[in-house]
Design a protein around this ligand. Structure first.
Ligand code: ZN
Length: 131
């Protein structure tokens, strides 16, 4: 991805980056936005938590890159733990233990690639990453 403001090749958004971008980058911290798929009243989309977490992560990563941080934003997880919303049609819920395992595998992958810091940007109140 080409950033005109700082006139450098930056691969902070992994989903939009090529292998060439990533090979020319070095990351110290990864940001993982996590949302959910559930209704948010009659006026907002099911992806609200996902969209918000992703948008905040994008803004934060852009700022961090401008400040010289070697950050990469990972693809956002669109599902969350929504057991108490399953009464609403088409709520899709992952058990928290499943979500934890997904995050654990992401951490393992990051560690394999030398990235030792992860910020989980959680957009849904039902997700509990406390452990
Ligand atoms: Zn939510």
């Amino acid at each position: 991805m080409f950033d005109n403001r700082i006139n450098l090749m930056v691969a902070w958004n992994l989903q939009e980056s090529t292998l060439k971008d990533v090979k020319e980058s070095r990351f110290e911290v990864a940001v993982l936005p996590v949302g959910s798929t559930e209704p948010h009243g009659l006026h907002l989309p099911y992806g609200m938590d996902y969209y918000q977490a992703k948008a905040v992560a994008e803004m934060a990563c852009e700022k961090a890159v401008e400040m010289g941080t070697k950050v990469v934003m990972l693809p956002a997880i669109p599902y969350g733990s929504n057991r108490n919303s399953l009464g609403f049609p088409m709520t899709i819920s992952l058990d928290q233990s499943t979500l934890n395992m997904v995050v654990r595998d992401i951490v393992d992958s990051l560690e394999h690639h030398g990235v030792r810091k992860l910020v989980i940007l959680n957009g849904h109140g039902g997700n509990d990453f406390t452990p």
